[in-house]
Ligand binder design. Structure first.
Ligand code: ADP
Length: 356
């Protein structure tokens, strides 16, 4: 797949870190090396481009990182890069270091940065790395599976002690505004209630159900709440459950522990395949794409399209306000968004039906 145009490419991790980012970096470095390319590891996301903080990486420099959480390239949030002056500094750094293309691993903010660089002449391919799984153009993001397994592990522990003491534990999980972590960990831990922003949460109904279950001698109760509701919500819900059901109720915010740890098989595999695909796309002369996985197939999507589709899925844009795409593309966005919504709704409804 080698293309003479590329002699050296860069790789960076940006925005929130996610387990599996290292596996993606490793795959990018090794794929590039296999194709005779030099590869620059850029430190601290776009900050490293603005400040010219990078070093050449060989295949052996990424030995032994596939099983490590965090990111060996570090990450940062760089507001300077969002301004034209910062972006120009980044462009200059790329030119000085003879970087012909970039692989940018991160979330939607990172994709916007990749878009800006591509528009100014540095071809970029983005890889979705975030525990939140809040990138609609892909079924899974790197780090999501590990974060969910961390939650399951911790909630299982809480459940043990709830069972001993006949208690309830309200657990707030990450995911930003997306309820994916909450809904799937809620199902996997047998939660009696799951609160996510996407669908109405019936707190009264859940409390009534808990009263009935208490009468039926159920002893442990887990309620999973998405962080999307804000800081007070979970604690207030715990107080309310305690007062109205008479079940002693504790509150736990799992917070950043969800971001760390050794990546699961699924995340290592996904990251490895996506890293390979990203370099392949660059060498095919493509740019401004995010690598994705849809129905178990690794593919890619135009960043512009992916960001617009994401807004549609999240209700941030109305169909009639979508500009710059063909009617066919818009129809596909609408149909896909509905499939995504229905899948989540189905999980949400099933979770409620089986938590009795
Ligand atoms: P994530 O990539 O996880 O969504 P952020 O939103 O913090 O995380 O974005 C990561 C970085 O990407 C930011 O610190 C900034 O450098 C860059 N970035 C974010 N938004 C934009 C934007 N609109 N235009 C250009 N660069 C951006």
């Amino acid at each position: 797949m080698a293309d003479k145009k590329f002699r050296r490419i860069g790789v960076l991790t940006s925005g929130g870190d996610a387990p599996g980012m290292n596996a993606a970096v490793r795959s990018v470095v090794r794929t590039a090396a296999q194709n005779g390319l030099e590869i620059m590891g850029v430190f601290g996301g776009y900050r490293g481009l603005v400040d010219n903080d990078m070093k050449l990486l060989g295949s052996r420099d990424v030995s032994n990182i596939i099983s490590m959480g965090g990111t060996m390239l570090f990450t940062d949030r760089c507001d300077e890069f969002k301004e034209e002056a910062g972006l120009q500094k980044a462009m200059k750094t790329c030119q000085e270091n003879k970087i012909d293309g970039l692989v940018c691993i991160g979330g939607d903010g990172t994709f916007r940065g990749a878009q800006d660089l591509t528009r100014r002449g540095i071809p970029c391919i983005a890889i979705p790395g975030t525990i939140d799984n809040d990138i609609s153009a892909t079924d899974y993001t790197i780090g999501y599976d590990t974060a969910m397994n961390t939650v399951v592990d911790l909630v299982d522990k809480l459940r043990d002690t709830c069972e001993s003491h006949a208690r309830c534990n309200v657990v707030e999980v990450m995911g930003r505004n997306a309820g994916y972590i909450a809904i799937n960990t809620g199902i996997a831990t047998g939660a009696v209630g799951i609160a996510i922003e996407e669908f109405p949460f019936d707190a009264d109904g859940m409390i009534e159900k808990m009263k009935e279950l208490k009468k039926a001698k159920k002893r442990n109760f887990i309620v999973i709440v998405s962080e999307a509701f804000g800081a007070e919500f979970s604690e207030n819900l715990a107080k309310r459950i305690d007062e109205e059901t008479g079940i002693e109720t504790k509150f736990a915010r799992l917070a950043h522990v969800q971001r760390g740890g050794r990546p699961t098989l699924r995340d290592r595999e996904l990251a490895s395949l996506m890293g390979y695909k990203a370099v392949e796309l660059l060498l095919e002369g493509k740019s401004n794409l995010i690598v994705n996985i849809r129905n178990e197939v690794i593919g890619c999507e135009d960043i512009e399209y992916a960001l617009c589709y994401d807004k549609l899925c999240k209700g941030k844009i109305k169909v009639e306000d979508i500009k710059g795409f063909t009617d066919e593309q818009i129809a596909k966005m609408v149909a896909d968004a509905e499939i995504r919504r229905q899948r989540m709704l189905s999980s949400y409804e099933i979770a409620s039906k089986i938590s009795i």
